[in-house]
Design a protein around this ligand. Structure first.
Ligand SMILES: [Zn+2]
Length: 219
């Protein structure tokens, strides 16, 4: 289940070598946590308390930085969440995800940062697939797995993981029309657009700046 399919092995190795030359060293706790409970890998097609915990910790990390910035501009009703792209292989997918989300919701907008972003995208090989988590130092990140991005639509993967940055939980049992159903509907599902309900959830979560979203985390 957790092993990347062999037919992509050659391409993956080539991509990995190329990426290793340009990518910043990726050493968050993801490596250290191997052997513990599995991460939110699409391949499991199921959510668990552990996955949901990591997703929530990630969202809280994103929120903590966004909150600091918002304090400087309390008059704004729209929050801008910034990110660093350290996943050069997936720049197109990430840009697509940003465009999709910025067109889909109003109360929060994504913007690429030249450094010091609210969260980061990384890339690499991980048998658990792609996931969102924190690095143990309060910084949230999205990890994009080479094998999974070959098997599944890469923009869907990026937009799904970015959905966690905006506060959405997994819903693997949902249909392909939902972004947060992730790998649930299988690799043939290439939908990369959040459905109306997902859009409404994000806009509601980020309504009136950060007041509401902060309150929701207190519950
Ligand atoms: Zn997910």
């Amino acid at each position: 289940m957790g092993i990347p399919s062999r037919k992509f092995a050659g391409r993956i190795a080539a991509v990995a070598v190329a990426a290793a030359a340009v990518a910043a060293p990726f050493a968050p706790t993801a490596q250290a946590s191997q052997g513990t409970a599995p991460h939110p890998a699409w391949k499991t097609w199921q959510t668990s308390a552990q996955d949901a915990k990591a997703d929530r910790a990630f969202f809280q990390a994103v929120l903590a930085v966004a909150k600091k910035k918002q304090l400087a501009h309390p008059e704004l009703d729209q929050v801008t969440v910034t990110y660093d792209n350290q996943a050069p292989t997936f720049s197109t997918s990430i840009a697509n995800s940003t465009r999709i989300w910025n067109g889909a919701v109003h109360n929060v907008q994504l913007q690429e940062s030249g450094g010091g972003g609210d969260f980061s995208y990384y890339e690499g090989n991980d048998p658990r697939g792609s996931y969102a988590d924190t690095d143990g130092h309060g910084h949230g990140y999205i990890f994009l797995d080479y094998a999974q991005n070959q098997e599944y639509d890469s923009t869907r993967v990026a937009a799904h993981e970015t959905g966690h940055a905006l506060g959405l939980p997994d819903h693997y049992e949902g249909p392909c029309s939902e972004l947060m159903s992730g790998g649930g509907p299988g690799p043939s599902c290439t939908n990369s657009q959040p459905d109306a309900n997902e859009r409404a959830q994000v806009d509601q979560l980020w309504a009136n700046g950060l007041a509401k979203v902060s309150a929701s985390l207190m519950r």
